[in-house]
Design a protein around this ligand. Structure first.
Ligand SMILES: NC(=O)c1ccc[n+]([C@@H]2O[C@H](COP(=O)([O-])OP(=O)(O)OC[C@H]3O[C@@H](n4cnc5c(N)ncnc54)[C@H](OP(=O)(O)O)[C@@H]3O)[C@@H](O)[C@H]2O)c1
Length: 323
C-alpha cells in the first residue's frame, strides 16, 4: 500500500510517500481501508519529537512506528481474532496508532466506533482525536447550561469542537482566536469573540467566567486564573509555547498543586482514546450538536503540505488527507 513514512524527527522533510507492506490486524483489531485521515497537533508533536520528555517512549532516533497520523475513517476489510461488533463492510472511524496517512490502517476496537451517519468520510475523519479531547474537556470543566465559558483557542482542531459542544449544552461561550478566524467563530454561532492579537483575553477587566478551557497561548496560570469566578474551573488542554522539554506539563502540575489550596478548580487534561466517546460523538453529530469544521482536503501525496499548513497556524478547524 501507499503510505507516508517518517524518517527521524524534524519538519515535513522527514515525510515521504512510499510503498510499504499492508499492516495486519492482531487480537482485538480490524483492518480499515482508509477513506479519509486527518492530522492534528499530536501528529505534529510526534513529527518533531517534542516535548523531548516523550522521546524515550517514542524512540530516541525516530518514531518506532514510522507511519504518521492517527485520525481515520473508512471501511472494515479484515477482522483479527477476538473482535465482536465489527464486520467487513462496516463504516467506522477512530484512532489508529499504526498510522492513518496510508491506504490501510489497523485499529483496535478500543479506539473504534461506527461512524456518524450524517457526516461524510472526510468529516468523520476530522472528529476522533480532537473530538474526544473536546468532549473530555467539557466534562472536566463540568460545563452546563447558563454558565459563562471562555474557550482560549476556539478556532483550532480541538477548539471548534469545544465551542460547539459547550454551546449545545446551553453555555454562553466567549471564543478567543486571531483576526483571520473571527468569521469562522462567528459562523459557528460563538456569542462573543476576543481577538488575541488585539487584546489579551486575560485583560478583560471585570469579566469573570465559570469555566475557562485553555487550548492556546500557554499564558501564566496567575493571568488565566484572573478570568475565573471565585469557585470557577480552569481546564488546561494545550498550548504549543510550553517549551521544548516539558511542553507545558509544568503548568499542568502547578495547577494541580494550586488546586489543593484554592476554591477554584484547576486541572490539566490528558485526553484518553475511548470507543465509548467515539460512540457518543457519533450520536451527538447525528443529533446536530456539532459539525466538524474541515478547512481543506489534501491528497496523500500532499500530506506534508497539509502538515505545513497546520504548523504555520493557517488551519481553520481541521485538515483532512485522502489516499
Ligand atoms: N491535553 C490533551 O490531551 C490534548 C489533546 C489534543 C491536543 N492537545 C493540545 O492542544 C493544543 C491545541 O491543539 P489543536 O489541535 O486545537 O491545535 P490547532 O488546530 O493548531 O489550534 C490551536 C488554537 O490555539 C489558538 N492560539 C494560538 N496561539 C494563541 C494565543 N497566543 N492565544 C490564544 N489562542 C492561541 C489558535 O488560534 P488561531 O488559529 O486563530 O491563531 C487555535 O485556535 C496543542 O498544544 C495540542 O498539543 C492536548
Amino acid at each position: 500500500m501507499r503510505a507516508v513514512v517518517q524518517q527521524g524527527y524534524g519538519g515535513t522533510e522527514t515525510w515521504s510517500v512510499h510503498d510499504v507492506p499492508d499492516p495486519s490486524p492482531g487480537n482485538g483489531e480490524v483492518l480499515v481501508e482508509v477513506r479519509a485521515a486527518a492530522i492534528d497537533r499530536g501528529t505534529w508533536h510526534l513529527m518533531i519529537g517534542e516535548p523531548l520528555l516523550m522521546r524515550p517512549f517514542l524512540g530516541l532516533r525516530g518514531l518506532r512506528q514510522p507511519v504518521p497520523g492517527r485520525d481515520v475513517a473508512g471501511v472494515v476489510v479484515g477482522v483479527g481474532p477476538g473482535v465482536a461488533g465489527f464486520a467487513p463492510g462496516d463504516e467506522v472511524y477512530g484512532s489508529a496508532p499504526s498510522g492513518s496517512l496510508a491506504e490501510r490502517a489497523v485499529v483496535s476496537v478500543k479506539r473504534l466506533a461506527h461512524r456518524p451517519q450524517t457526516l461524510t468520510f472526510e468529516q468523520s475523519a476530522a472528529v476522533p482525536i480532537s473530538g474526544m479531547t473536546a468532549i473530555q474537556a467539557v466534562r472536566a470543566g463540568g460545563v452546563r447550561a447558563g454558565q459563562r465559558v471562555m474557550v482560549i483557542g476556539a478556532s483550532g482542531g480541538v477548539g471548534t469542537y469545544l465551542a460547539q459542544l459547550a454551546m449545545s449544552l446551553g453555555a454562553e461561550v466567549t471564543g478567543v482566536c486571531s483576526t483571520s478566524k473571527i468569521d469562522l467563530l462567528s459562523d459557528l454561532g460563538v456569542q462573543r469573540i476576543v481577538d488575541y492579537t488585539r487584546q489579551d483575553p486575560t485583560d478583560l477587566v471585570g469579566e469573570r467566567f465559570d469555566v475557562v478551557l485553555d487550548i492556546g497561548g500557554n499564558r501564566p496560570l496567575r493571568d488565566v486564573r484572573r478570568l475565573l469566578t471565585p469557585a470557577g474551573t480552569l481546564v488546561l488542554i494545550g498550548g504549543d509555547e510550553g517549551g521544548r522539554v516539558l511542553g507545558g506539563l509544568d503548568r499542568q502540575l502547578r495547577a494541580a498543586a494550586l488546586s489543593l489550596v484554592s476554591r477554584q478548580k484547576l486541572r490539566g487534561l490528558v485526553a484518553a482514546e475511548k470507543a465509548a466517546d467515539l460512540e457518543e460523538l457519533a450520536r451527538l453529530a447525528d443529533q446536530g450538536a456539532y459539525r466538524p469544521v474541515v478547512d481543506r482536503v489534501f491528497p496523500l501525496a500532499d500530506a506534508a503540505k497539509a502538515m505545513d499548513h497546520l504548523a504555520e497556524g493557517h488551519a481553520r478547524g481541521k485538515l483532512v488527507v485522502v489516499p
